[in-house]
Design a protein around this ligand. Structure first.
Ligand code: MRU
Length: 340
């Protein structure tokens, strides 16, 4: 199974997603600052993967350093800076917090490095296990011969292995239930066109890519059995932040009577937020819209607004598929029931 990160004795290897699908470039990261850069520039991306990589980043911050005030200051600096790389995916903050707890408990002991590494590995393993469980559960919701729509990339590349919404698609395919996937190309970073198409091709899963603006016409014209999306942060009432364009898809799904499923591990639920209003929405550089991947479409002097995520209100969501069960409305009750 594809995993986009590997830990090799003090070196974090990442598959650089800004190079895909044109080139498969593995980069070796030796310093936490390189990890922060990789998250900020989206060499690694996707909510669970950002958390996993940030956790390894904190391991790198202390790796090879002797106990003492200097090492502890490095850890705290890395903790702060990694937390400032991308604001929306709550997995990042939850993973950093897990590592901070291990650090505070064991910083004066002899095994700190090993314990931090074990925690980072555990986060990675748990995310992949959650994906497999969600895949199994989610696939039961689909009819035989299902045709589904998805957005962004929610596969192994986004999660450390298998995938969330794409994990359900993979599982449905394994069960022989899947007929066709329509991935949205997902402007401006084109995660659907570049990354989801790349993963689907590798798996031999049949798909037809569509422009984001074709989604409404597709839902109006074709029999679509489900819209499946991932999430970057879910509030306690079920409001869900995900890739920009997800809200549009949810409105369209409701208009056409198509079930709209969010597929996300419980690590994506923010226990501190009662509604989506408090979710910080990342706004990225306007250059990503004006000249995606250096291809300049807009004339000189044009400006752009580039929110990376939107929030889908809970009322538009049919169910949230987590590794601990399928949650149904009212979400203010069901979401709380899977929080430990
Ligand atoms: O900006 P990205 O590519 O990091 O955004 C990713 C998404 O929005 C995914 O849908 C989300 O992280 C869930 S994927 C497991």
């Amino acid at each position: 199974m594809l995993t986009p990160v590997r830990w090799r004795g003090g070196v974090l290897e990442i598959l650089d997603q800004t190079e895909l699908p044109w080139k498969e470039v593995w980069r070796e990261l030796r310093h936490w600052e390189e990890v922060a850069e990789a998250i900020r520039t989206m060499r690694v991306r996707g909510a669970p993967l950002i958390g996993i990589v940030a956790a390894y980043g904190l391991v790198l911050a202390v790796w090879g350093h002797r106990p003492g005030r200097e090492r502890d200051a490095r850890f705290r600096e890395a903790f702060e800076e990694l937390g400032e790389t991308r604001p929306t995916a709550v997995n990042l903050f939850r993973a950093l917090e897990r590592l901070r707890k291990v650090f505070e408990r064991h910083k004066d002991g002899p095994d700190l490095h090993d314990l931090l590494l074990a925690e980072a590995r555990a986060i990675h393993r748990e995310e992949v296990e959650a994906c497999r469980a969600m895949g199994r559960l989610g696939a039961t919701l689909l009819p035989d011969g299902a045709t589904v729509v998805t957005i962004c990339n929610t596969g192994a590349l986004a999660t450390g292995g298998y995938g969330t919404a794409l994990g359900v698609i993979r599982a449905a395919r394994e069960m022989g239930k899947l007929s066709l996937v329509y991935p949205l190309e997902t402007r401006p970073r084109l995660q659907g066109a570049r990354l989801t198409a790349w993963e689907l091709l590798q798996e031999g899963i049949p798909f037809r890519l569509i422009a984001d603006s074709a989604a409404g016409w597709l839902l109006a014209r074709e029999r679509i059995d489900a819209v499946l999306v991932g999430a970057d942060r879910i509030a306690r009432n079920g409001d869900t932040a995900n890739k920009i364009g997800t809200y549009t898809l949810a409105v369209l799904a409701r208009r056409h009577g198509v079930p709209f499923y969010v597929v996300a591990p419980t690590s994506t639920i923010d226990p501190n937020l009662t509604s989506g209003e408090g979710i910080p929405i990342e706004e990225r550089d306007e250059g990503e819209v004006l000249a995606p991947y250096g291809m300049k479409f807009a004339p000189d002097g044009a400006t752009a607004w580039n929110p990376a995520f939107d929030v889908t209100p809970a009322e538009l969501i049919t169910a949230i598929i987590t590794e601990r069960g399928i949650l149904r409305p009212p979400f203010s009750e069901s979401v709380g029931s899977v929080l430990q």
